[in-house]
Design a protein around this ligand. Structure first.
Ligand SMILES: Nc1ncnc2c1ncn2[C@@H]1O[C@H](COP(=O)(O)OP(=O)(O)OP(=O)(O)O)[C@@H](O)[C@H]1O
Ligand SMILES: [Mg+2]
Length: 278
């Protein structure tokens, strides 16, 4: 198999999410098949995926013999918070997370499904050519066109921020960006720790900036827990989800901001200020 460049931890979550969905789609049992073929640029044409740019890919296929997905549902499965599962059974974040991770990696994901027969999720990861890599390159993924921050905007503030992020390097960068602009920043490396810090501070937190995908307690669950304690707490999600898909699913009265990964520290400071002012 050709080499690819992915974050192993994230890719593990991708495979686990697809496998869990497959399991849920086969309550009476069935077959789950995972395949990993190399697919050449030439072979890409055999797939009828319009967005798929012909190139060399390592494909990861996750196939089940479950319920299948009706065409009108299929259109929505990658949207954040879309779920057909009962309340409490699914958050609808699994596939949007999968989508975000694959996009960040510069890849593609497609789903073919037939009701009553089953579903196949097919992930195309660009073949990694080692020589093409330059030192210090952030990755092969084309960065999402970031909104250009208004250069004249004053990004300083004095609010108290709770920064929740399990990756130390990302958290430290955010910490520095906000502290240098005058904010008081408390950090937590998980949702559970964030709740502890929140309690220790007696709820004196103006805004929470949190990763969506974290072990133990994810961002949306943390938001729910914090809202129980402080209903109007300001919240910014940081994630690799497609921003437009996220925005479409925000309730009209949503009180949370969204910052797509990868982001610059200036963008972080900008969204914190915007959400505090909103
Ligand atoms: N393999 C599959 N077979 C049938 N339907 C699927 C399959 N995978 C996803 N779906 C459909 O897509 C919806 C969205 O999936 P997604 O993983 O995003 O959320 P969820 O599984 O409902 O909740 P969560 O993953 O957050 O627990 C599911 O509710 C289901 O309707
Ligand atoms: Mg799921």
């Amino acid at each position: 198999l050709w080499p690819v460049k992915v974050d192993i931890g994230q890719f593990e979550q991708v495979v686990v999410n697809l496998a869990v969905n497959a399991r849920d789609a086969m309550p009476a049992g069935g077959d789950l098949t995972v395949r990993t073929p190399n697919v050449t640029a030439e072979e890409c044409k055999a797939f009828s995926y319009r967005e798929l740019a012909p190139a060399d890919y390592v494909v990861v296929e996750v196939e089940d013999t479950g319920s299948g997905i009706a065409p009108d549902v299929l259109k929505k499965i990658f949207e954040p918070f879309f779920t057909t599962k009962e309340v409490g059974k699914g958050t609808g974040l699994g596939l949007s997370m999968v989508y975000g991770i694959i996009k960040q990696t510069g890849g593609f994901i497609f789903c073919d499904s037939e009701v009553g027969k089953g579903s196949t999720f097919r992930i195309f990861l660009p073949r990694h050519i080692a020589e093409a890599k330059k030192a210090g390159e952030p990755g092969d993924a084309p960065a999402a066109p970031a909104k250009v921050a208004d250069p004249a905007k004053d990004l300083s503030g004095s609010a108290t921020v709770l920064l929740v992020e399990d990756e130390d390097a990302v958290r430290m960068g955010g910490m520095r960006a906000l502290t240098s602009r005058g904010y008081t920043v408390h950090e937590a490396s998980s949702g559970v720790e964030a709740l502890e810090v929140f309690e220790a501070l007696g709820g004196k937190v103006d805004i929470v900036v949190s990763d969506v995908v974290m072990p133990e307690m994810d961002g949306p669950t943390l938001l729910g827990e914090l809202r129980k304690r402080q209903p109007d707490i300001k919240f910014v999600f940081v994630s690799g989800y497609a921003e437009d898909a996220f925005a479409r699913n925000l309730p009209a009265d949503a009180h949370f901001g969204f910052l797509p990964k990868p982001f610059s520290l200036k963008q972080l400071a900008t969204i914190v200020k915007d959400v505090l002012e909103s």
